[in-house]
Design a protein around this ligand. Structure first.
Ligand SMILES: Cc1cc2nc3c(=O)[nH]c(=O)nc-3n(C[C@H](O)[C@H](O)[C@H](O)COP(=O)(O)O)c2cc1C
Length: 464
């Protein structure tokens, strides 16, 4: 039986997200990103086409990272101005019923106690449709906005993330036992105090006593996504995530990346299938190949290579605007997205990417141009390489999504590659077909019932 692909609408609550320069066109509503109607219209269209989720990316800083400054970012609206993704997701709960809603939140931006409560609230309000894209933030400015002098070194960010997830797992899974909520009106007991616990977390960065203030939400742990591409990042995803976002340039690159991460997954005591691989892609669709090619040329005329290079400079932590265009990228000391270079090399064995290659490579990365049928053919090849789904990015908002929904989704449905309707239950049940909560192999599961006994080294109770 053909396995269906997961489909996410990939957006950012800003003007220019992945494809830069296109906001100036007349056939896009990107400048209307402050208007809720832009997003409710999109969310409803995604739901009508049975997309799995709307996924909103987010960043929390802008570095002066390109050509020695930040002018390109501001002038070309490269991810600034940007509004909070969590607030957008909250605003979309009421206009959708089945669509998964994934927000992005960095370990830097919110204390885990507060974050855990916010997520529980959203998961209650949406009846279990919330996903969390956990990010560690690659920006100096992000660190500086939250009290640090500079960005915390790469692998240390993942150690921090390990503690962050431990705190929220304890709150979501351990603080309230199964059956703690009684809602017993006749007996005058809303909840059973014996089944609500402190978590007594003491770690390097956090001390959290608990209890969690929200009662357990349908999923408890939101569906957890992560997009690390470095070794530390993939190992973190393998331990914790249920979905990981990848951006391979060719199916073979994806296959290698998926096989490697699946090895980490097994080492972490989980099973292939516990982690879904979701590839970033954009589609330019025509009723004939010629029409599609014409549309691609039209878009290529409006993109801004400066915008892509500014975006990449930020991600790489290297100002590509001041470098010799013929310098091999591998020579550069890369603190940020190590995976971009690796993805290029994976997909172009033996070819060393040079600085000049990067803007064009980035602009074309993940683009598929064709008819609905040839697009479906291409997706079958990607699926055969191991991907479980696609993050659909846009060139035009919402036109790219509407065209995909109208023309490509029916072809995918006919081939069994896209769902015709939603499965019942929470986001996790819709995706995995099992329970609403993380499975027993997930690290959060070890905190179920863990605080029912007194902890070994308790934080002292405050004096009365
Ligand atoms: C599809 C995709 C979406 C991402 N979304 C965000 C985001 O919204 N915010 C962010 O700070 N980083 C985002 N990232 C960056 C990753 O979270 C991660 O920091 C980056 O891939 C570097 O990982 P590494 O340090 O393990 O190489 C995204 C990456 C990918 C591939």
């Amino acid at each position: 039986m053909t396995k269906r692909l997961i489909l996410n609408g990939f957006v950012m609550n800003s003007v220019s997200h992945i494809h830069h320069g296109l906001w100036r066109r007349d056939d896009t509503l990107q400048t209307e990103f402050n208007d809720l109607t832009t997003w409710t219209t999109l969310a409803r269209a995604l739901e009508a086409a049975k997309f799995d989720a709307l996924f909103s990316a987010d960043i929390i800083g802008v570095d002066p990272a390109y050509k020695g400054g930040w002018d390109t970012y501001i002038e070309e609206a490269v991810q600034i101005p940007i509004n909070d993704s969590g607030a957008l997701i909250a605003a979309l709960i009421g206009s959708t019923e089945q669509l998964g809603l994934t927000l992005t939140s960095s370990i830097l931006q919110e204390h885990p106690f507060n974050f855990a409560r916010k997520i529980s609230t959203l998961d209650h309000l949406s009846k279990g449709r919330i996903g969390w894209n956990l990010v560690t933030s690659v920006s100096h400015n992000a660190a500086q906005n939250f009290g640090f002098d500079r960005i915390v070194p790469h692998d240390e960010r993942y150690a921090w993330a390990d503690e962050y997830v431990e705190v929220v797992y304890k709150l979501w899974e351990g603080s309230w036992d199964e059956g703690a909520v009684l809602a017993d009106k006749a007996g005058n007991r809303y909840a059973d105090p014996e089944k609500v616990h402190r978590i007594h977390h003491q770690g390097k960065r956090y001390r959290v006593l608990g209890p969690h203030l929200s009662q357990p939400s349908p999923q408890r742990v939101p569906l957890l996504f992560q997009a690390g591409s470095s070794t530390a990042g993939r190992a973190f995803a393998a331990r914790n995530a249920e979905g990981t976002y990848i951006v391979a340039q060719k199916p073979e690159g994806a296959r290698r990346q998926i096989e490697e991460t699946n090895r980490y997954l097994v080492e972490a005591g989980r099973r292939p299938g516990d982690l879904k691989f979701i590839q970033g892609m954009s589609f330019i669709i025509g009723s004939t190949e010629e029409e599609a090619a014409r549309k691609a040329r039209d878009i290529a005329e409006d993109i801004s290579i400066d915008g892509y290079l500014a975006h990449l400079s930020r991600d790489l932590g290297i100002d590509l605007g001041v470098l010799d265009p013929d310098r091999p990228v591998a020579e550069l000391e890369i603190e940020g997205v190590q995976g971009v270079v690796r993805a290029f090399e994976d997909s172009n064995p033996g070819v060393t990417p040079k600085v000049r290659d990067l803007g064009q490579v980035y602009a074309k990365a993940g683009n598929i141009t064709g008819t609905p049928e040839t697009i479906a053919d291409a997706l079958e090849v990607w699926q055969e390489a191991g991907i479980d789904g696609v993050n659909v990015s846009y060139h035009r908002l919402p036109a790219s999504f509407l065209e995909f929904a109208e023309h490509v989704v029916p072809v995918l449905q006919k081939r069994g590659l896209a769902q015709r309707d939603y499965a019942p239950g929470t986001y996790r049940e819709k995706l995995f077909g099992e329970g609403a909560r993380v499975n027993a192999r997930h690290p959060a599961a070890r905190f179920r019932g863990a605080f029912a006994k007194a902890p070994a080294t308790p934080i002292s109770e405050p004096a009365e």
